[in-house]
Design a protein around this ligand. Structure first.
Ligand code: FNR
Length: 396
């Protein structure tokens, strides 16, 4: 509990008080407050084909597991005799002041994670409730123009899987810009799908079954490639989509991306210091360190261990990070290692599965509450204090 609740701004940690005071009325939290139970409950709630797609990773899932476990070998030293009753977790990103460094990473099957199959809208609503920006995936069950309407005042970003068809790519980009998305996040590591045994074992690839393709099916350029509209002939639409899903991006594509939009450009999937340096030299607006949650290549290094190198190479360019964030302390450690903003992925998807927008918002609130209270207890009133303190490697 906070010692001093008088005359001070609201803190994310106050969610703890809400829960404890609820207990006095006999109310206990409807959704889990930590990741282990969240996974258990979501596992029971999700149909097998959705569960395997969300929970599964590449190969034997070593990278996916390491993404989370690698946080255990980073630690932070508490500082005492510091007045941290008032904390400021805010950041500036793409010209917007955000209340916290958290964002919702793009998850291309949000749409089918909720029972109503409008999970992208539920995720957007969770963003509006919490003020945590939503990065909407190209793969969605509702068109991007509809999804952003539910984000309220919270900025949203659009994640692009760059189609091999240039006209379609440009159409998606311009639709996103027109709809009000504040940044274009270009995912680099998914021009082909990684080897995912859980999905392979059941021949399960949701997109080929027509799920989460609404951004394509509503796109005028995509529709012009079809003789019959997708509503009449979905099978042909899916067969048309599959081979043009994603371009193999190279540095040469950057000038074309720049010409295609005024939105800030973020490169997602940068893990090497030299790639970060090159992105910085080429003037990208943000570098996104991520190994796609271990779903793409089973390289074996936890993403958090690659973050310091990326931050070094990135120079003054902001670095976004995801892959393995399961708690508030993970988030604070990522900030300590130099991230500007930190993406929550699977945890909010599990929240969606359990309780739609309310469930996802609860998960985000728990992560932010833990981050805030860790900063309070450890004597880090601001993110600058967190960065100045840094994180230490604790091998053994
Ligand atoms: C993803 N991720 C992802 N990334 C992206 O750029 N576009 C997408 O559509 C998706 N889709 C997607 C679906 C599912 C089910 C998952 C779990 C992940 C990757 C995502 O943005 C992020 O990098 C990871 O989720 C981070 O790993 P953790 O922390 O969720 O394990």
């Amino acid at each position: 509990m906070q010692a001093d609740t008088s005359n001070r701004p609201a803190h994310f940690g106050d969610y703890q008080n809400e829960i404890y005071f609820g207990g006095l009325q006999g109310v206990i939290p409807k959704y889990p407050v930590e990741f282990k139970t969240l996974v258990q409950r979501a596992t029971e709630a999700m149909p097998p084909h959705v569960l395997s797609y969300v929970q599964g990773g590449c190969g034997d899932e070593l990278t996916q597991d390491r993404n989370a476990s690698a946080f255990a070998h980073w630690g932070m030293v508490p500082r005492m005799m510091v007045d941290s009753r008032v904390r400021d977790l805010s950041i500036l990103l793409f010209g917007d002041k955000l209340h916290s460094p958290a964002f919702m990473a793009p998850i291309g099957v949000n749409g089918i994670v909720t029972q109503d199959e409008h999970g992208d809208i539920a995720a957007a609503k969770a963003s509006a409730i919490t003020g945590v920006p939503f990065m909407a995936s190209t793969l969605a069950n509702d068109p991007l123009e509809e999804v952003i309407k539910h984000c309220g005042d919270t900025p949203a970003y659009f994640q692009l899987y760059t189609p091999r068809h240039k006209g379609l790519a440009e159409s998606l980009i311009s639709r996103a810009e027109k709809a009000g998305y504040k940044a274009l996040v270009v995912t680099l590591d998914t021009w082909v799908t990684g080897w995912r045994p859980r999905d392979l074992a059941t021949s399960n690839f949701p997109q080929l079954r027509g799920h989460v393709l609404q951004n394509y099916f509503t796109d005028p350029v995509f529709r012009s490639l079809l003789e019959k509209p997708p509503e009449e002939d979905p099978a042909t639409a899916i067969r048309t989509w599959a081979p043009i899903f994603a371009e193999t991006m190279t540095w040469d594509h950057l000038s074309w991306l720049r010409e295609s939009t005024n939105m800030p450009i973020v490169l997602k999937g940068i893990c090497h210091e030299d790639d970060a340096r090159r992105a910085n030299d080429m003037g990208v607006d943000a570098i996104y360190c991520s190994n796609h949650g271990g779903r793409q290549a089973n390289g074996g290094i936890g993403a958090i261990d690659m973050l310091p190198g990326v931050v070094k190479g990135a120079g003054d360019t902001p670095v976004l990070f995801d892959s393995g964030i399961r708690s508030g302390s993970d988030m604070v450690k990522a900030i300590a290692l130099g991230a500007t903003a930190v993406g929550v992925g699977r945890p909010y998807a599990y929240g969606l599965a359990l309780g739609g927008a309310e469930g996802a918002a609860h998960v985000l609130k728990c992560i932010l509450a833990e981050a805030d209270l860790m900063m309070a207890v450890n004597g880090y009133p601001t993110l600058e204090h967190v960065r100045a303190q840094g994180a230490q490697r604790v091998d053994g």
